[in-house]
Design a protein around this ligand. Structure first.
Ligand SMILES: Nc1ncnc2c1ncn2[C@@H]1O[C@H](COP(=O)(O)OP(=O)(O)OP(=O)(O)O)[C@@H](O)[C@H]1O
Length: 301
């Protein structure tokens, strides 16, 4: 039987992409580039990045270490100024951070001295909302991330997954249109991570939000994304934008499915291309000579 490829889409998936493409382009990168000056000289972290993201899409960004994923997230957030090209929201060029974008990072960026509720109220209060309004809004979002019972708890009393849920509530309370997430579940154990992915999809289903999600976990990218932006390193350039053929609604049961496997295979080809051994390469030169650090009397094999 012929192996399925990631380019094959069921009618339902194709119809869904047709609908997505008819939605407004909310975020666009045009020839975006970023070069850092460092002690070792210039580092071209991003080169000529182009993409268009439609309203309520989830785009995951993957690529090898150093391909500029975080730089892209920080540039889109306006925390880093691009060296060339432009970024547009609703077709208008933007420079610098703005209310239209919220960010969730890997580290738990909560204020440890504030309760869950006060952490979430912080943004609205900084934006001039009165205490009662800020508290009401905060409680709505805390409820949405399923933490109402913990509104008065402090971050150190929560698990890693719960803290990231607070971070999501804290980003969403400001009603951004775009949520930028940089490896938000990277520090969580595998089981909590899957729960958080499912939870994020639930939130996305209920909220008018467009998500750009940076990850190095290919399963996570396929599980979450409508499309996956694959970058290559040195310099960070777009390799491919993949339309994920896995149907929605997503469930963990799809992990072993044909569409899932075909997409993963393509991502692996792009990100970890097979290393070709040099012709006439001596096997013994590849296999390192291992030193025994302790005296071992019994064999384990
Ligand atoms: N502030 C900086 N100054 C100089 N070089 C930087 C700076 N930030 C990033 N870089 C360089 O830019 C390139 C892209 O870095 P970036 O952290 O965006 O990649 P990444 O894909 O997120 O990596 P990883 O997957 O390892 O987190 C790297 O070569 C990095 O060393």
């Amino acid at each position: 039987m012929k192996n399925r490829t990631y380019l094959e889409q069921s009618d339902a998936v194709r119809a869904r992409f047709d609908t997505i493409k008819q939605r407004n382009v909310i975020l666009e990168a045009r020839h975006l580039g970023k070069t850092f000056a460092s002690a070792q000289g210039e580092v071209e972290a991003l080169r000529d990045i182009n993409f268009k993201i439609h309203r309520r899409e989830i785009i995951c960004v993957v690529g090898p270490s150093g391909c500029g994923k975080s730089t892209l997230a920080r540039t889109l957030a306006g925390l880093e100024k691009q060296s060339s090209g432009e970024m547009l929201i609703d077709g208008k060029p933007v420079n610098g951070p703005g209310q239209d974008r919220g960010m969730v990072f890997q580290g738990y960026s909560l204020f440890p001295w504030l309760t869950v509720k006060k952490n979430v109220m912080f943004g609205p209060e900084m934006n001039g909302a009165g205490r009662d309004d800020a508290e009401r809004d905060a409680m709505l979002w805390i409820d949405l991330v399923g933490l109402s019972r913990f509104a008065n708890a402090y971050p150190h009393q929560l698990s890693g997954g719960m803290r990231q849920r607070v971070a999501i509530a804290r980003a969403l309370v400001n009603q951004p249109r775009i949520l930028l997430m940089d490896e938000p579940f990277g520090a969580l154990d595998a089981q909590t991570r899957i729960k958080m992915q499912t939870h994020l999809l639930d939130i996305w289903r209920n909220v008018d939000i467009t998500i750009v999600f940076i990850t190095h976990d290919l399963d996570e990218a396929i599980f979450l994304a409508d499309r996956i932006l694959v970058l290559k390193a040195h310099p960070g350039e777009v390799q491919e934008m993949i339309e994920v053929p896995v149907p929605r609604p997503r469930s963990t049961a799809q992990f072993g499915g044909a569409e899932f496997r075909a997409t993963k295979q393509r991502l692996e080809e792009l990100i970890h291309p097979p290393v070709q051994p040099e012709e006439n390469e001596d096997e013994s030169a590849i296999k390192p000579h291992l030193i025994r650090f302790t005296h071992v009397t019994d064999n384990v094999e």
